[in-house]
Design a protein around this ligand. Structure first.
Ligand SMILES: *Cc1c(COP(=O)(O)O)cnc(C)c1O
Length: 417
């Protein structure tokens, strides 16, 4: 196999010495391919972000829920944030204990809260109304509250979750009402959390948001933990030389803030963070097959079998994924603007517009979308009754393990009565 375009997977020995054409032949196209080494490296970076001792990164498992990957994340010592009973179930199945889970739902029914309460899983509520519901369901219990610190950040309007224009969190001006509800239901506020948005590449807004969450924290006496939120960005534009988020600088900026808070508060409270995408994102390449090329009204198209049912991010968030192209033969690869599209019957089914890619790309070549490990498979669907792909994991020794089967025709009809 020859890479006509892109060098990330070669540089990282991403496929562990396996020929991708063989993998596609064996497991089907398209295929989610994960690299264990990269996954573990990202876990360790988060685990050692700060030197403050009582610090635990919580992986936000909505980004990727494959239990084989979750087991690795758990092995690396991370805890997990869960958003629904389904995610609680998967996390427990992967070996996380209830104490290692933090349930952060929003706008949920009583049954969802009871699912967590029955399993002794710490829960964070997102409004006064849900705090009241929690109090009715678990009087005398411990609870956490998600506050909205009034600043937001993120790569797209749909993922900014702090600040004045979002549905999330309790506005700090309601703290007196919060206290009243805690008293009414004899609840202990054990933790507070925030999440200002997703994919920041500059740590400044994250550090800035600490001021308000910590000043909220000082208004409560019994906190065991403070959760600073996630949103740690990854460089989706590696082919353009985009720099990584400077984890070392972020850690160094965080450390003194955490220890001086602990000192003032008189207790080494646990600090948590909630990285979702940062953990699995770069450990995955989504590989598909080029199925057709054509020219329509002066536009050159490359068609492939990766529709937006398989990877939603481009159509949903206009997001960019670097692309690599592989060919069986070594050939010249002059670049030109190509629009890469999938096989779904909608004109929005576009993976990349006018991307500079090899003009010699032809049917039968392989196309790899980089950084597909977060919000990739977990958002995939069977739209157009196309199968969700298989997932495989390249181990530290280069050995391949299948960690999910591809859908089958029976799966399409399974729940129909
Ligand atoms: C989604 C989410 C995260 C993780 O966001 P990323 O962009 O994947 O880091 C963290 N916390 C909460 C509450 C979330 O909803």
């Amino acid at each position: 196999m020859h890479s006509l375009h892109g060098s990330y997977t070669t540089e990282t020995n991403f496929y562990g010495g396996n020929d991708v054409f063989d993998l596609i032949e064996q497991y089907g196209s398209p295929l989610y391919i994960y690299n264990e080494n990269i996954l573990r490296t990202r876990c360790r970076e988060m685990k050692h972000l700060v030197s403050y001792e009582n610090f635990v990164p919580h992986y936000s498992i909505k980004a990727n829920t494959n239990i084989h990957l979750l087991k690795i994340v758990h092995e690396e010592g991370l805890h997990a944030d869960v958003m629904s009973p389904g995610e609680i179930y998967l996390a427990l199945e992967s070996g996380f204990s209830p104490e290692e889970l933090f349930f952060i739902p929003n706008n949920v029914v009583a049954e969802d809260m009871l699912y967590a309460i029955d399993r002794n899983i710490m829960t964070s509520v997102d409004s006064l109304d849900q705090l009241e519901l929690y109090g009715q369901l678990n009087p005398g219990g411990k609870v956490a509250i998600r506050f909205n610190p009034g600043v937001g950040a993120g790569h797209h309007e749909k993922v900014v979750t702090g600040g004045k224009k979002t549905k999330f969190g309790v506005n700090p001006e309601y703290i007196p009402e919060v206290k009243r509800l805690l008293e009414t239901y004899n609840l202990t506020l054990a933790g507070i959390n925030q999440h200002i948005g997703s994919l920041f590449m500059d740590g400044a807004p994250y550090i800035e948001s600490l001021g308000s969450i910590l000043s909220i924290a000082k208004q409560f006496d019994d906190l065991e933990f403070i959760d600073l939120g996630g949103g740690f960005g990854i460089p989706y534009h590696k082919q353009d030389g985009e720099a990584r988020l400077n984890i070392k600088a972020l850690g160094e900026a965080l450390d003194p803030v955490l220890s001086s808070f602990a000192k003032e508060y008189g207790k080494n409270v646990q600090f948590q963070i909630e990285p979702g995408r940062y953990i699995p994102c770069e450990s995955c390449a989504l590989v598909g097959t080029v199925t057709a090329t054509k020219t329509n009204a002066d536009h050159d198209y490359v068609g492939c079998d990766i529709g937006f049912n398989v990877l939603q991010r481009p159509i949903m968030y206009d997001s960019h994924h670097d692309i690599e192209i592989y060919s069986r033969e070594l050939k010249e690869a002059p670049l030109g603007p190509l629009t890469v599209v999938g096989n779904i019957c909608e004109s929005g089914d576009i993976l990349a517009k006018d991307r500079m890619l090899p003009l010699t790309t032809v049917r039968g070549d392989l196309i790899a979308l980089m950084d597909a490990g977060a919000y990739g498979y977990s958002m995939a669907s069977c739209y157009n009754q196309r199968f969700r792909p298989a997932e495989i994991l390249i181990g530290l020794d280069g050995k391949v393990r299948q960690i999910r089967k591809r859908d089958t025709l029976e799966d399409l009809i399974r729940n129909m009565l």
